[in-house]
Design a binder for this molecule. Structure first.
Ligand SMILES: Nc1nc2c(c(=O)[nH]1)N[C@H]1C(S)=C(S)[C@@H](COP(=O)(O)OP(=O)(O)OC[C@H]3O[C@@H](n4cnc5c(N)ncnc54)[C@H](O)[C@@H]3O)O[C@H]1N2
Ligand code: MOO
Length: 400
């Protein structure tokens, strides 16, 4: 089957944006929240620390009782009790009194300072103080770490260990996160074998299946690799049906160009609809976008760099939308290291490596996995431009 019709990239993006997909929210235990994306703003329900707390081991005092203390005329206070971490204060030092307190213990209300034990001397029930304390010395006031009501984390934040630490600090045991979109990944082709299998003549190891599954996972989705469909209708159709059953989105690679064994588009047409078959970009022209029973299905090109570029351009934004993450597109300006010729009539995404102030084009072609792996990003060359000169300023869109 020939390409239905090659369309501009904008049209493909419009089709993808029109998929009626809303991010779904679920609550997960805090212990499972790492790497997930917050679906709601989180406001602290408590003060942290929840009470005025001693930050040193020493003596809780009323600072005013120590104001006259000096090396030559130390102040002596009577030790009237002890408060340990985890206790509720049972003694309140009155004028002329002190209470032994350990780090992390709640400060008794009548005290306003804690003097560390290294700075005093103790004789029986008396503590001898040589230097004045001031209110707040050795004390962390309630809510000075995190005040109750403070906006802690915003919707859309990906939770790393710092964020889960915050959630734990305020006692949240369950976290509202976006449900991970489940994405079925299928490689196609009689020539493809999996790592670990014997590499017989004519065969190559799978790249796209691994790469896309893990790209989905890196983005925060659930990548489900279903294996390799052989170049026959039944094998391909079976795996597509399996993908539709388990997942929200199906991604295939290979078999998207117009070749005689390129069955993908005809099977999608049989089961649902093909909206796009062919995009005027390089790499990535033989790309299919369709829908079966309300589920988006993409046929990405077989060439690894084409496949991964189109995943980045088309699929990644959809996944980001589903997990509530804004696209983080970073661009840098560099000078082209050498002259390149672009493909006429196709908008080109040329992979480049960054070396200092230079963008070095990678010209191995989209059949090479290293065109993508060695690249730091790509430059966009409009369809009307055929030559870019060495030294020309280019804008590099960074991967990742
Ligand atoms: N007559 C035409 N032939 C080709 C055209 C064209 O426009 N007209 N376009 C070329 C371009 S550009 C691309 S890109 C490829 C894409 O073709 P398909 O998407 O149909 O992919 P296949 O033919 O199945 O495979 C292409 C190439 O990639 C290798 N491949 C496939 N899957 C994997 C995988 N999972 N891991 C590693 N490598 C894979 C496959 O062995 C082929 O070498 O079509 C050109 N041809
Ligand atoms: O369309 Mo191919 O993906 O140009 O390399």
């Amino acid at each position: 089957m020939a390409f239905l019709k090659v369309v501009p990239l904008e049209k493909a993006i419009k089709v993808i944006e029109s998929f009626n997909f809303e991010p779904k929210v679920e609550r997960v235990p805090l212990g499972d929240a790492l790497g997930r994306v917050l679906a709601e703003d989180v406001v602290s329900p408590i003060d942290v620390p929840p009470f005025d707390r001693a930050t040193v081991d020493g003596y809780a005092v009323r600072a005013q009782d120590t104001f006259m203390a000096s090396e030559s005329q130390p102040v002596k206070l009577k030790i009237v009790g002890e408060i340990n971490a985890g206790d509720t204060p049972s003694v309140q030092p009155k004028e002329g009194e002190a209470v032994y307190i350990s780090t992390g213990a709640p400060l008794p209300e009548s005290a306003d300072a804690v003097i560390q034990f290294e700075d005093v001397e103790r004789e029986g029930d008396t503590v001898i103080i040589y230097k004045p304390a001031y209110p707040g010395l050795g004390v962390m006031k309630a809510g000075t770490d995190i005040p109750k009501g403070k906006l802690l984390l915003k919707r859309g934040t990906r939770l790393g260990f710092k964020e889960t630490a915050l959630l734990s600090a305020v006692g949240l045991s369950e976290v509202p996160v976006f449900r991970k979109p489940r994405v079925a990944v299928i490689s196609t082709g009689n020539e493809i074998v999996l790592p670990g299998e014997e590499l017989r003549p004519g065969k190559i190891y799978d790249i796209n299946g691994r790469a896309i599954t893990d790209a989905v996972r890196e983005l925060g989705g659930e990548g489900v690799f279903l294996g390799i469909a052989r170049d026959d209708r039944d094998s391909l159709k079976n795996l597509i049906l399996k993908g539709l059953e388990c997942c929200d989105i199906v991604l295939l690679s290979g078999g998207a160009s117009g070749g005689i064994r390129d069955l993908t588009s005809s099977i999608i047409e049989e089961l649902g609809r093909v909206y796009i078959h062919g995009i005027a970009i390089q790499p990535g022209k033989p790309t299919i976008i369709g829908e079966i029973n309300g589920k988006p299905i993409f046929g990405l090109p077989g060439y690894p760099t084409s496949c991964l570029t189109n995943f980045t351009l088309l699929v990644a934004p959809l996944l980001r939308k589903l997990i509530g993450r804004e696209a983080e597109i970073r661009k840098v300006k560099k000078r082209l290291a050498h002259k390149v010729f672009s493909v006429k009539g196709r908008r080109q995404f040329l992979p480049v490596r960054i070396e200092g102030e230079k963008a070095v084009p990678i010209l191995k072609g989209s059949g090479a996995v290293t065109s993508f792996v060695d690249a730091d990003g790509f430059i966009e060359v409009p369809e009307t431009v055929e030559i870019l000169e060495a030294g020309e300023e280019v804008e590099v869109t960074l991967f990742g």
